[in-house]
Design a binder for this molecule. Structure first.
Ligand SMILES: Nc1nc2c(ncn2[C@@H]2O[C@H](COP(=O)(O)OP(=O)(O)OP(=O)(O)O)[C@@H](O)[C@H]2O)c(=O)[nH]1
Ligand SMILES: [Mg+2]
Ligand SMILES: [Zn+2]
Length: 229
């Protein structure tokens, strides 16, 4: 909903004096989201909540299916947002209780969507709640969902400079996961350049390198989660 309104007013803003109002509406939307995110955070106390973000196709669902399948002993729930289709929800349902949010065109998840989706989960019986955000490196960064840990994925085929081009989302990450490292050689992936890009925008982020296909690096990722559970 926020998205439609922002875009509508942006267009208007070019031609009328409503530019100032646009900024105000945006601020209002984000402030309201921040409050709802805090309410989610209180409600989710005792649960480890992950907000998983990346561009489309970086490997969020694949990594999560593998992770939750390998960590079967940890009671987990998933909330997955997609613009359309329930393809990802179907894949995730095989390994954990999953609630799908079809955003109907909105290109990110917001805290109130999470609050509603969480009504369909038995929160009291869970230890881990994973939120797979809509594939998008831009606006999901602005929306706190009430997560404890923000995980941003970057696959080796996307370009080593993505953290520099989309700094906001990488800056907000607690962990950055380089994915599909089984393809690194074929893609001519420059590992040092990618690590340097991440370091430049976010020196504090934990960086992990994994392949959900071969399993490489997954032990470190599970260790990262285990230390926070
Ligand atoms: N070689 C290789 N391919 C992978 C790996 N992880 C994911 N893929 C492939 O990458 C494609 C996209 O993976 P998804 O897991 O659907 O990516 P996603 O980030 O969930 O995509 P959206 O939800 O659409 O944003 C699929 O064809 C996967 O099989 C990996 O570690 N290695
Ligand atoms: Mg997905
Ligand atoms: Zn958006």
């Amino acid at each position: 909903v926020g998205e439609t309104r922002e875009i509508g007013l942006s267009v208007l803003g070019e031609r009328t004096e409503s530019r100032g109002r646009l900024v105000q509406v945006e601020k209002g939307v984000l402030e309201r989201n921040r409050q709802l995110a805090e309410a989610n955070r209180r409600r989710f106390e005792g649960l480890l909540v992950l907000n998983v973000l990346s561009s489309p196709g970086s490997g969020k669902t694949t990594l999560l299916v593998r992770t939750l399948g390998d960590l079967k002993d940890i009671p987990s729930g998933v909330i997955v947002g997609d613009l359309a289709t329930d393809n990802d929800a179907e894949r995730l349902r095989a390994v954990a209780e999953t609630v799908q949010i079809q955003t109907g065109g909105v290109c990110h998840l917001e805290a109130d969507m999470i609050a509603k989706a969480a009504n369909h989960l038995e929160l009291g019986s869970l230890k881990l709640l994973v939120i797979e955000n809509v594939g998008n490196l831009v606006c999901p960064a602005a929306y706190d969902l009430g997560e404890d840990v923000r995980v941003v994925l970057l696959s080796v085929v996307e370009g080593e400079d993505k953290p520099l081009k989309y700094p906001k989302i990488f800056k907000s990450a607690d962990a950055v996961i380089l994915t599909k490292i089984d393809l690194a050689e074929a893609a001519g992936f420059d590992r040092e350049a990618a690590l340097e890009s991440i370091r430049l925008v976010n020196p504090r982020a934990t960086v992990l390198e994994v392949s959900a296909r071969t399993g490489a690096g997954l032990e470190s990722w599970y260790g990262y989660l285990g230390a926070r559970l």
